[in-house]
Design a protein around this ligand. Structure first.
Ligand code: ATP
Ligand code: NOS
Length: 439
């Protein structure tokens, strides 16, 4: 089948995509030093290495770990747990992790462009230790220059996979929560295309400064009109304080990413489409992954910019919900007559025959959405007079297109062990219908 590649304006691909640099008629060469402005995104994380191991239910019980949850464990439990995993040779791999660390890495791989990761890093690093491993397993496109040095270890996240494929996280925190508000560079945040955070950043102890650092970054982004993107991390954190999270999301967040369990925890609604719709009362754009059911997205468009889909209309909890999925989503404040838009994408090719591990599939979907969002900022910075920007949209592509891209990236993660991509998507895929990639 004849296919065309998904092309975004980015440093590597822009010249195929839109001619912002024309050849000089005299030399017939493209100016060798194009002075294009660049967009980037910033993420904050608890800097962690994942230690993945296959375990059974008894193992979880022995260490009093709650299945499916991300929980913090003491140094003493860590020591015993690590020893058991080593003695029984249960460890599959040790690799850089962290929900936002993974998202920044995947964004940089997909966009072939810069993201900035904020957090802490051991100031004394030895070849082979966890800090070293984190740095060496992170894309060179992720800017680590703003990490705050600390005198001690980064964190470890035991990623324990049981027979059903469910993952339980046990976190040994090290100094991950010692990021200080002073380490947040305000101009770095206020010039970014987006600020990306997770609910885990609020899980701190007395004396930790991570939460204050995060709140400072969020306030700075809010003030500068930089979209704040929150991923909900794990439902148990949300269930503990749903009222706090609803208020935080309403007051500070523009884009909310979650899976269906987290969506239920924050809205009380089981149906992922209805839950996504409920979240539109608080935010501008919603990404809700739903495992084997695929991906739902919801957003806003102004009446004058809405575009009707060419796909068959779908009905679920909301009738004909995908009617305007061809629209490019907008901030609610930029809509004179806001219309709610929704889309759904079923797992790419029905999902892989053999799912290695679903860990990080949701983070990867978010990385794809961020790629589209920053592509829009990049294009606007360089070709502001393009007719494309007559509509003050948040993203480069339509809701439908972004959702397909995100779902495609999730598929890639399901086929591998690590939550981090090792390469971008293929430019051409014969198995893809043209409509899947066409703009
Ligand atoms: N069993 C499955 N079959 C087919 N596709 C799946 C399956 N599980 C996940 N997916 C795909 O991966 C995407 C994300 O999955 P999921 O909802 O499990 O993310 P998540 O729970 O947020 O993951 P994480 O928190 O580990 O990043 C889904 O939207 C879907 O496209
Ligand atoms: O408490 C936490 N803080 C930051 N990241 C976490 C925490 N618990 C789990 N993950 C991260 O979530 C990723 C998959 O989505 C894993 O790679 C793991 O490192």
């Amino acid at each position: 089948m004849n296919t065309i590649a998904m092309k975004f304006p980015g440093r590597r691909q822009h010249k195929h995509y839109f001619p912002v640099e024309n050849k000089t008629p005299l030399t017939n060469k493209v100016n060798s030093e194009p002075k294009l402005a660049r967009s980037y995104i910033v993420g904050i994380d608890q800097i962690l290495v994942d230690i993945e191991a296959k375990v059974d239910d008894e193992f979880l019980t022995e260490f009093s770990l709650k299945r499916g949850m991300s929980q913090v464990i003491t140094d003493e439990v860590t020591h015993r747990l690590y020893q058991r995993l080593k003695d029984e040779q249960l460890i599959n791999y040790e690799f850089a992790g962290g929900t936002i660390g993974n998202t920044m890495h995947n964004y940089s791989v997909l966009a072939d462009d810069r993201s900035v990761l904020l957090g802490v890093m051991s100031k004394n690093m030895q070849v082979g230790d966890y800090a070293y491993r984190f740095v060496s397993n992170t894309s060179s496109r992720v800017d680590l220059n703003y990490l705050q040095p600390v005198d001690g270890p980064i964190g470890r996240c035991f990623t324990l996979i049981d027979d059903t494929g469910e993952r339980t996280f046990a976190i040994n925190a090290g100094l991950i929560n010692k990021l200080k508000p002073e380490s947040i560079d305000e101009s770095l945040i206020s010039n970014a295309a987006a600020l990306v955070i997770s609910s885990y950043l609020m899980r701190t102890e007395e004396g930790d400064t991570m939460t204050q650092a995060t709140l400072k970054a969020v306030e700075c982004a809010n003030k500068a009109g930089v979209p704040v993107v929150l991923t909900l991390g794990t439902k148990f954190l949300i269930e503990k304080e749903p009222e706090f999270w609803r208020k935080f999301v309403k007051d500070h967040v523009n884009i909310l990413a979650m899976n269906e369990d987290e969506a239920q925890a924050i809205t009380g609604i089981t149906d992922p489409l209805k839950a996504a719709d409920a979240c539109l009362d608080w935010v501008d754009l919603v990404i809700c992954t739903a495992g084997p059911e695929g991906l739902f997205m919801a957003g806003y468009v102004d009446e004058q910019h809405k575009r009707a889909t060419e796909y068959p209309l779908l009905s679920g909890a909301i009738a004909d919900f995908n009617r305007y999925e061809y629209s490019r989503p907008m901030l609610l404040k930029d809509c004179v007559n806001p219309v709610r838009i929704y889309t759904h994408t079923a797992p790419y090719m029905g999902g892989p025959d053999n799912i290695k591990n679903t860990n990080g599939a949701g983070d990867a979907a978010l990385a794809a959405v961020l790629h589209d969002l920053s592509a829009n900022v990049y294009h606007k910075m360089n070709v502001d007079d393009s007719s494309k920007h007559l509509q003050p949209a948040m993203t480069y592509s339509s809701l439908s297109q972004i959702s397909k891209y995100a779902n495609r990236v999730s598929f890639e993660i399901l086929m591998q062990h690590s939550p981090r991509l090792s390469r971008g998507l293929p430019e051409r895929e014969d198995s893809l219908e043209q409509a899947y990639w066409a703009l």
